[in-house]
Write a protein that binds this ligand. Structure first.
Ligand code: PLP
Length: 376
């Protein structure tokens, strides 16, 4: 199998699975228990938190484990609206966010909030000026993703943060960094965002664990889950110790030689863009992050391409895996001609992807172009 869908999820390395198994089978104590098995686990969770926090460039007390990126996104937006409830109920976001942000915003609209959805240009870019232009005195929160999951575009979070400090210092800034974490270097303490969402399964960790970094401007944040008091009383529920262990081990593995890995991924992406551009009717879309390459085989419906390549053991995506076959709102926002948008596919890479994987994919795509009827 050739796996080129690392933006959807990543394989879990053996070392990560082993770390999780050890917790499940042997170190299974509840971190709140007062005997050695529990106390040891409490100590371990702190160490794992330190590992993830260091990689995100935040303090240990600023990192809260969640069940996934979706949870972090929802929590951040709702916590920001809560803090600024006397300021106003205006939200600024983009039309190309992940559904975890978009659907949360739509839900908040139904609760009486007003949402401005910024449109990208034809290449998927959003500028800081565009964001700052629509910020108002009653803007409670701005939520702009760090890296677009379908196109790979990188958005200017630090510039937005700097501009917000001038324009409306009380507006809180959230960034969904699920696709940016350990792909596009950043440190929470210098980024300027008040909330940063992370998820483990995009970096070789298990599914079902993420984190939300919450900065010092967020005063007494609204608890997401009141209960037993875990995660500083803000997100109760017995810690998912095996998932947390896996998250931390994945972070350790990825950070070991991160600059070299990112350089290799960027070179691979450039190589893939070059090889695939040589196929007639291919058009490269957007881009920026080292692990995502979006392109269109203009005229050939993307679902047919995905099915054809899938049958040959090559896993690629027709956009975000979260859309389950529905047309992608991200590609729609680019306002491309129908034959281009309808042929959009995404290749995404991991540290183990090779040039041979790209060559096999390029060959299969060329064969698809040459042997299948265009339908768009
Ligand atoms: N945000 C982005 C940009 C993503 O790509 C994803 C997953 O695809 C998510 C949020 C949701 O993360 P999770 O699957 O951990 O809920």
């Amino acid at each position: 199998m050739i796996y080129l869908d690392h933006a959807a999820t990543t394989p879990v390395p053996r070392a990560v699975a082993d770390a999780m198994y050890a917790v499940l089978a042997e170190q299974f104590g509840n971190p709140s228990a007062q005997y050695p098995l529990g106390l040891e686990m409490k100590h371990q969770v702190s160490a794992w938190r330190r590992t993830v926090a260091q990689a995100a460039g935040c303090g240990e007390k600023e990192l809260f484990f969640t069940s996934c990126g979706t949870e972090g996104d929802n929590w951040a937006i709702q916590a920001a609206l809560w803090q600024n409830r006397r300021l106003g109920r205006h939200i600024v976001t983009t039309a190309v966010e992940h559904s975890a942000v978009l659907e949360c915003c739509r839900w908040m609209e139904r609760q009486g909030c007003e949402v401005t959805y910024l449109q990208p240009d034809g290449r998927g870019n959003i500028t800081a000026a565009q964001v700052l232009d629509v910020v108002r005195p009653d803007t409670a929160v701005v939520s702009v993703m760090m890296v677009n999951n379908e196109l790979g575009n990188i958005y200017p979070i630090a510039d937005i943060a700097r501009g917000l400090a001038q324009r409306n210092p009380r507006t809180l800034l959230h960034t969904d960094a699920v696709q940016g974490f350990l792909k596009v270097p950043f440190a929470f303490r210098t980024l300027g965002a008040d909330f940063v969402t992370l998820s483990a399964h995009k970096i070789g960790g298990p599914k079902g664990i993420g984190a939300l970094c919450i900065g010092p401007r967020v005063r007494s944040p609204r608890p997401l889950l009141p209960g037993g008091g875990q995660e500083q009383g803000l997100r109760s529920g017995t810690e998912a110790t095996a998932q947390i262990a896996g998250f931390a081990r994945a972070v350790e593995l990825r950070t070991a030689d991160l600059p070299a890995v990112l350089e290799r991924m960027a070179a691979l992406r450039a190589y893939a863009a070059e090889q695939l551009s040589a196929i007639p009717d291919v058009q490269i879309l957007g881009g920026g992050a080292p692990h995502i390459l979006a392109l269109s085989l203009a005229g050939w419906p993307s679902q047919n391409i995905v099915n054809d390549l899938g049958g040959q053991g090559i896993c690629i995506s027709a956009g975000s895996a979260c859309h389950q076959g529905r047309p992608s709102h991200v590609v729609a926002a680019l306002k491309l001609p129908k034959r281009v948008s309808g042929g959009t596919i995404r290749l995404s890479f991991g540290p183990e992807t090779t040039r041979a994987d790209i060559d096999a994919c390029a060959e299969a795509l060329r064969r698809h172009h040459d042997t299948r009827m265009p339908m768009l």
